[in-house]
Design a binder for this molecule. Structure first.
Ligand SMILES: [Fe+2]
Ligand SMILES: [Fe+2]
Length: 476
């Protein structure tokens, strides 16, 4: 049974909202609060512009969206769940093979609520973090992509708020209110997760965020898409369809930076980082430092490497492994995991822990593999152009603040070093104030259709088969 999206109602949806008046009224009450939040905390100064945005029209993976110019406040945020599969069974943990849940089991109520709120909180947080970026977009194409990501993160908030309203009663409604009251970087009411409180003030960071941090989101959603709580699983399945574009923005954004840097190195006949900077492009060492910074902070979002919470989420069927179907054993009661931990004497020791307690680490490892795909692509550009430099992911032990490696100084390769050595050498590995200042100096908005800022190459193609010089944002 495919439920079409109903755009006739105030809140577009494919959950037959009209048949549940109480829920509909509660969400219609939340809607103006969301719109106020969007006006106050969403992208600054571009609310009246016409932006070429895609809007979901069905949850069918093929042809699920339409494109057209809309003002962002008129975007049709709504509630879209992947279709229900009546055959679906619990896919992992102690309840493996039983019926999935259409309602929240009482004993898992507070845990599921917390998982949903934590996921939901990141969605508006990223919009808040990015709210000033529109002013310094390197092209209209990029400006449009930023706003597409922003409106979809807004929709992801809707996705979580729907679950809270529909399945968690009064507590859920209160949580939905608070999702609009916490703000990124607010001293009194900050967002739940640390990284989501740092402003993203330059476009290199935005591309890093969409590559690394949104990809963490992808893996969290993949885990939740396995959940035995079926409405949560179906919500996350559709969010993943939207999320793919966010990572495309990051992946191609970084590739375009690399391509431009190569062009400039050819033009000036030098790969000297200072010379590259003088020519207005981003030198490879600075790019590497941004990768180190964003990759390491995204790794922390997976949680501790040994976690009894993760074990119970798995045992109880709340949160599975990303792509659970690719594993043979979905119960994993007796398996173990070899975890590398610091031995406290400057070396590394392997601890054997129950696999269920290592679920965060298992997800993190899949994530790291996924991150490597882009790095290989970026390096191919360097190789083809005849350069020997390569970009790389740092070791997952590097600069961690959560888990066994938290606050253990290591070099980029993950070799434990002294705190003194880390302090003297961190400027080689992480962006310095000088690096950030240089990146900031490049950030100047380019608004002529088809023109690109000097530090980034044009994309291979436009959005939805439009030309690169299409007027993606009108009146910018
Ligand atoms: Fe999202
Ligand atoms: Fe995203």
């Amino acid at each position: 049974m495919i439920m079409a999206i109903n755009y006739q109602e105030r809140i577009p949806n494919n959950v037959d909202l009209g048949s549940n008046r109480t829920l509909q009224r509660a969400l219609e009450h939340w809607q103006p609060e969301f719109l106020n939040w969007w006006q106050d905390m969403g992208p600054t100064d571009f609310q009246a512009r016409d932006v070429y945005l895609r809007t979901a029209t069905s949850v069918d993976a093929k042809g699920w969206a339409t494109y057209g110019h809309v003002r962002m406040p008129d975007y049709r945020w709504g509630i879209f769940l992947a279709d229900r599969n009546p055959e679906r069974r619990v896919g992992f943990g102690d309840e493996f093979g039983k019926d999935v849940w259409q309602q929240v089991p009482g004993e898992h109520r507070s845990t599921l609520r917390r998982l949903i709120v934590t996921q939901g909180d990141t969605e508006p947080a990223s919009v808040e973090q990015q709210r000033l970026l529109g002013h310094t977009a390197p092209s209209l194409y990029d400006l449009r992509n930023l706003f597409q990501v922003n409106v979809e993160e807004g929709r992801h908030l809707w996705a979580m708020v729907y679950l809270l309203h529909a399945y968690f009663g009064r507590d859920g409604r209160e949580e939905a209110e608070e999702l609009l009251q916490r703000h990124s970087g607010d001293t009194d009411k900050p967002r739940i997760l640390g990284t989501f409180n740092e402003p993203i003030s330059d476009w290199l960071s935005f591309f890093m965020f969409t590559y690394f941090t949104d990809r963490d989101g992808k893996y969290q959603l993949k885990s939740l898409a396995e959940s035995s709580f079926d409405p949560l699983a179906r919500t996350c399945q559709f969010m993943l369809t939207e999320e793919a574009h966010h990572m495309f923005v990051g992946d191609t954004g970084i590739a375009r930076v690399v391509r431009r840097t190569i062009e400039v190195m050819k033009e000036i006949g030098s790969d000297d980082p200072e010379a590259v900077r003088r020519a207005g492009a981003i030198d490879l060492p600075t790019l590497q430092k941004y990768i180190n910074f964003w990759f390491s902070s995204a790794l922390d979002l997976f949680g501790a490497d040994q976690s009894s919470n993760a074990a119970s989420y798995f045992a109880n069927g709340l949160k599975g492994r990303p792509d659970e179907a690719m594993y043979e054993d979905h119960i994993v009661r007796d398996q173990t995991y070899d975890l590398e931990v610091p031995d406290g004497q400057g070396g590394v020791r392997v601890d054997q822990i129950p696999l269920r307690n290592a679920m965060n680490e298992v997800s993190r490892a899949s994530y790291v593999k996924d991150c490597e795909i882009g790095v290989v692509r970026w390096n191919r550009l360097l190789q083809k152009a005849g350069y020997e430099q390569r970009l790389a992911l740092p070791s997952p032990r590097f600069r961690r603040t959560i888990g066994s490696w938290a606050n253990v100084p290591t070099d980029m390769m993950g070799k434990p070093i002294s705190a003194e050595e880390f302090a003297t050498r961190q400027g080689e590995w992480l962006p310095t104030d000088g690096d950030r200042g240089f990146i900031a100096s490049l950030m100047k908005g380019v608004t002529e259709p088809g023109k690109m800022a000097g530090w980034i190459a044009p994309p291979d193609r436009g959005i939805n088969a439009q030309a690169v010089d299409y007027e993606y944002v009108r009146g910018a």
